[in-house]
Design a protein around this ligand. Structure first.
Ligand code: GTP
Ligand code: MG
Length: 258
């Protein structure tokens, strides 16, 4: 694994040089939990904390590392590193959390493409789809629409839905998928390129983690059926997590959005 496989590029290299950060190593934040981070480098995955100075100068959510970030790090134990600096973000998918003094919620950073996943059963909603597309455009991230669970409906119904979506926007790639039968999976794989970062967006239960597992070829992410009655408050995926695919490409799975 090289830094480039993790998405490292010339812009980041020049920034590091300009800012005199070359004495530090760099890595990518793959997980975040209460100011504890997982950082991936070509050498492996490390537990990370931010240095005191970064904590004291950080004023808002954006100043702290988020999943997808490139960070300047130094080793301080065998499997631990310190984060000294967050490198500039190329893109940031965020939304305003609910509540009066709610902070901005960062969904992921340095994303090239977002897979917007909707299930063709009761989840399908063209206006919600449009909201996700707007989130992508605001963040300057390229959307790819996936209609999942096509094994649950008739071909004619699917044609109708595909028609509805392409009438709204003809230019966004649109793929019909079934994680059960594997139909559409190869088409999705064709969109995934080494060194590019993808994130999975969509409501809870639409099959984001199932898709990731199919792309990895094993059950890395827990998936589960969510019954209609207990749907509220039950997300299967509770944390964002970044995975580097063996075939190339980096994918961030997200908890379902409301
Ligand atoms: N019939 C059918 N079921 C699917 C398909 N894809 C996923 N599922 C099922 O849908 C349920 C939810 O799938 P997940 O992959 O956990 O959904 P998720 O989008 O990751 O959900 P959160 O993590 O809560 O956001 C599971 O029971 C899956 O087996 C599909 O293509 N067809
Ligand atoms: Mg999930």
């Amino acid at each position: 694994m090289t830094l480039e496989d993790l998405g490292y590029n010339n812009e980041l290299a020049s920034y590091r040089k300009e800012q005199g950060l070359e004495a530090f190593d760099v890595g990518r934040v793959i997980s975040e939990h209460k100011e504890r981070y997982g950082v991936r480098t070509p050498e492996g995955t490390f537990d990370a904390e931010i240095i005191g100075n970064l904590r004291y100068t950080a004023q808002k959510r954006e100043d702290f590392p988020a999943v997808g970030d490139w960070v300047a790090i130094s080793a301080y134990d065998d499997d631990k590193v310190l984060i000294h600096h967050v490198l500039p973000r190329k893109t940031m998918i965020a939304r305003q959390a609910v509540g009066k003094h709610a902070e901005l919620q960062i969904i992921a950073t340095n994303i090239d493409y977002a897979f917007i996943v909707q299930a063709v059963d009761r989840d399908f909603n063209i206006n919600r789809l449009e909201r996700y597309i707007t989130i992508c455009h605001t963040a300057k991230v390229n959307p790819i629409i996936i209609l999942n669970k096509i094994d649950l409906i008739e071909k004619s119904e699917l044609e109708e839905l595909l028609q509805q979506v392409s009438e709204r926007d003809k230019n966004i790639p649109l793929i019909a998928l079934s994680n059960e039968t594997g139909e559409g999976l190869e088409k999705i794989k064709k969109h995934i390129v080494t060194g590019q970062t993808y994130c999975l967006l969509g409501s809870s239960g639409v099959g984001k983690s199932s898709l990731l597992n199919n792309l990895i070829g094993e059950e890395q992410m827990k998936t589960s059926h969510i019954s209609e009655s207990t749907q509220r408050g039950r997300h299967v995926t509770t944390h964002r997590e970044m995975t580097v695919l063996e075939s190339g490409g980096i994918i961030i799975d997200n908890p379902g959005m409301r």
